[in-house]
Ligand binder design. Structure first.
Ligand code: ZN
Length: 209
């Protein structure tokens, strides 16, 4: 993950049940924010050091699309996306609530170092197959989140079209596509493991410092 890499776009509120659990309205167009590249951390069985003393840190398991080539108008997501992974959009939730109440940008809550752990990339199977397989997050051996791309409010095609038109999309760009319901807090020593269907798709131990 040290090679040159692209922009990290993230989509907020892309699953209706997750929007509801945080008391947010379902958006009329994709809600996009970004993380710095320094937020990335491979989920290879190692440790994620996260900031202690800043209130709750929530996990958000998300499907992550990797763009394989420069976007051209009319391209399908199957032509554009070459790989995908499952990742975590870690969030300083108390800090985010304060930022929201002030109308401030989310960077402080969403962009801290190691806030974007990412499992290994897999070949993109095509959107039809992609929609059929469930992804899942286990915390300390218990399933806490589960979802499929079919449940997204804005589909992968709608997301790439929107992000490309507004901000541009090129090779190496990532899109975190939003999280299903079940987000919750992390504690020192928690063990997180992601699954794509029945296959392990990355794991990590949390260290609060
Ligand atoms: Zn998220």
């Amino acid at each position: 993950m040290n090679e040159a890499r692209g922009n990290i776009y993230c989509i907020g509120r892309n699953y209706a049940q997750h929007a509801a659990e945080l008391g947010n309205a379902v958006p009329e167009k994709p809600m996009v924010f970004m993380k710095p590249t320094h937020a990335l951390l491979p989920m290879d069985g190692g440790t994620a050091v996260l900031p202690a003393g800043r209130g709750e840190i929530h996990y958000e398991a998300e499907l992550v699309l990797r763009v394989g080539r420069a976007y051209e108008k009319g391209m399908t997501v199957d032509e554009l996306v070459d790989r995908f992974a499952i990742g975590l959009d870690l969030t300083l939730r108390d800090v985010q609530s304060e930022l929201k109440s002030k109308g401030h940008p989310w960077l402080e809550a969403k962009g801290f170092r190691n806030s974007a752990p990412l499992g290994p990339f897999r070949p993109y199977p095509g959107t039809e197959a992609f929609r059929e397989t469930a992804f899942r997050l286990e915390k300390n051996g218990e399933t806490v989140q589960r979802g499929t791309a079919a449940e997204m409010i804005f589909s992968p095609q709608q997301l790439v079209d929107y992000v490309a038109a507004q901000y541009g999309l090129g090779e190496g760009d990532l899109i975190f596509t939003g999280t299903p319901a079940g987000v919750g807090g992390l504690a020192d020593g928690d063990r997180l493991e992601l699954f794509w269907g029945t296959e392990s798709a990355g794991c990590l131990t949390i260290s609060m410092k």
